[in-house]
Ligand binder design. Sequence first.
Ligand code: ANZ
Ligand code: ZN
Length: 889
Amino acid sequence: MAAESEKRECGFNHTEIEPAWQEAWDEADVFAIPDDAEDPAYVLAMFPYTSGNLHMGHVRNYTITDAFARFERMRGEAVLHPMGWDSFGLPAENAAEDRDTNPRDWTLSCMDSMREQLTRMGFGYDWDRELATCDPDYYRWNQWLFQRFQDAGLVERQAAELNWCPSCETVLADEQVEGEDELCWRCDTPIEHREMDQWFLTITDYAEELYEALDDLDDWPNNVREMQRNWIGKQEGASVAFDISGYDEVDIFTTRLDTIYGATYFSLAPGHPVAQEIAEDNDEVAEYIEMAAAADEDDLDVTSGVFTGEYAVNPATGEEIPVYVADYVLTDIGTGALYAVPGHDDRDHEFASAHDIPIQQVVEPAEDAEADPEDIDVQEAAYTEDGLLINSGEFDGLESEAARDRFVSEFDGEHRTEYNLRDWGISRQRYWGTPIPMVWCNECGAVPVPEEDLPVELPEFVQTTGNPLDATEDWKHTTCPECGGPAERETDTMDTFIGSSWYFLRYVSPDLEDAPFDSERASDWMPVDQYVGGSEHATMHLIYARFFTKVLDDIDLIDGVREPFENLTTQGMVLGEDGLKMSKSRGNGVSPQRIIDEYGADTARLFIMEAAQPEKEFAWDSEGVRSAHDFLQSLYTLATEYSRGEVSTGEGSTIADYVAREIDATAASATSEYEDFRFNHALQAVRELVSLLRRYREVTAVDPGTFENGLVTATKLLAPVAPHVAEEIWAKLGNDGLLAEAGWPAAEAPEDYDLERRLIEDTREDVRDIVETVGIEDPAEITLAVAPAWKHDVADVARDAENVVPAVMQNEDLQRHGEDAADFAKDLAARGHVDQFLSPERELATLQRAAWLIEREFEADVAVLSAKDAPDDLASKAEPGRPAIDIVE
Ligand code: ANZ
Ligand code: ZN
């Protein structure tokens, strides 16, 4: 009992200190940034979807940005660290139905509870800049920007396949189609696929820049850049015209023009105009096209297709090859037509095998290729590598690459670049989103809602089988802004990704009423310096935001900012204690709430940051959580005892000098680790410093200046990660003002301090080795002797010499040491490499400062001597970086 209450008395109580410091920060407005700040450090976490609950992934994400923002702030930077809500989307409509409320009220209550949870974690945001995408003051700018994109020619109507419920007579979002059988979520009727016109942003206009600029995003993870490259899918190839008698010439797109001699059939996409034309007189083809249009993407395999009875002329061979219509050829890729080479393409091979089409080899492995030409049998499988041409007339022997170039002119083709990237369909047939600001008029067509009528606000929510906007008659019926006649509002809303494509700009001027953001300030404050979020956003969100930024720059809303995020960190997952992904069904989730209640936010933050570097995943570990908690308590206790005068103080000493140097070195290394986002390394250094202070206090009366500096430094270095307890200690040590606003420790390590550390470590290791191998039970006296200056001189000469021994022997100063110098030179030469060493004076001083560590470890007296003060036979064994060691029992 006594021990327990003693602990209470010394420890901190997180349930008291955490809310108190949160309030203090709030009152002092620590995290607000003035509008006139110049180019602040912009530290941003991907804003959360308003689910109502903070999970561990959020906690990790927001701990990382908060720690970095606090670090930058303590270093004297102006810091923009805002928070907001990605608050549109279908889940709110479902929740509204389940709970008999409406999406708005539901979403607002989720925001309230999440805000509260974020605050309890001690995250420091400039809440004056809070935004929510479902707020009309925000989404009016989605609408306004949509119209600016229209002005810039970046908005199009295009046909797209939608889910249609014939019973509810409504379009359904993908999420409203349930199960393998694709049933309507409301009435369980099997849905149909219908082509309908939708709103698109023509992001493909930016495909080339989005692709090429990835090369310059040096501070993005490579895997994210690679995922974006794949998503954009740039392919350099060629197009060539083929004749089909009785029809227009058909252009094909290919990346393998070198294989043209091997084309054994020709294939059109079902949507290709020539396929449609053929279908007019060919029932079989017509039926196939209809079937393909109705089928679901995954229903048809590669072999699905139909022979048209027509033939195309291969311009290389003059031969006629059969024309097929096949579903694996996509209408909107390339030209929607291709010549097929079953010998060298897997899909063509499968199709040809199924339709008994000949397979012809036209490329064989080159000499340096892995495959042996003898082993290639294209009847069995396609050979898809480059190589040397065969069966290609006068071009046999040509390399694939050269052939691709040559054939462009040979067969009247054109170089052509294609992208897999499609235009961005932004129409959603649901309620909880930004209304697309258009009106449909029978006379005038699609008419933009005039700027002064923005925002087009969402009407009250109603429960219906389809889209609530369609069912709200008085909202839907309006007049045409152009002719004043009766008209209907567009009832589609925007993809929620629109809202997250520019929110980082709104934070710059969140209350601005006449523009989405202050252009001048945004141009100064952007790009975001550090963006942190989940890797699931590697493609969509992070491509859309890049696209928006480029467009906004092109339409002069920002100036010279073409990329939104300079540094990107994608944080790894937090796994359950069992090493598996946290999930409800597994029951291995850890609730942030519970951890905060039990241990406090600081402990959760510290554990998470120590567990791994941000990019890596890690498993939850209760032991690690307790260790983090114990560490915080122990630092707090040490500081408390010191502040109460319970730590005995005395004069400065060599020990104090050692500790002082370690403090500086720790501050320096932790600072550079913070800069590099290696928080776990920084925290490891802090733990070591605190453990050193504890040992210091145990061996001697401490020098108060040094000891207090150590406590303050450790506390400051810890403050970004465990800010509440750090404030508490800071106050305990008698400091005024908030630590969150205090300066970062000066961070100059003593010069070549790593050499000092290595010398000390190596020496301790050597002593341990000797004690062990010689079997010394109880060492009484340990003598260390530093090498004489001439040995250092030999090492210096040897380090730069090509021929070590002659170089040393020709040195006049070293000649005095004759044989000895020559022997040592030979030794060094044999090692092939000479390290950097401290001077003999510095070695002596370093070891003297560290002697207490050895004394403590071996409970023996330690003497550190210069070469001339040491017995000759001992000193002669010393080398630079390796003092001689004598141990007496
Ligand atoms: C002839 C050829 C020979 C091709 C060969 C490939 C290998 P990847 O595969 O990503 O490089 N293609 C062209 N238009 C298409 C369409 N609308 N739908 C489906 N496929 C289409 O993409 C380029 C290749 O995809 C092109 O090069 C073309 O087939 C096919 F040994 O042409 B290739
Ligand atoms: Zn009209």
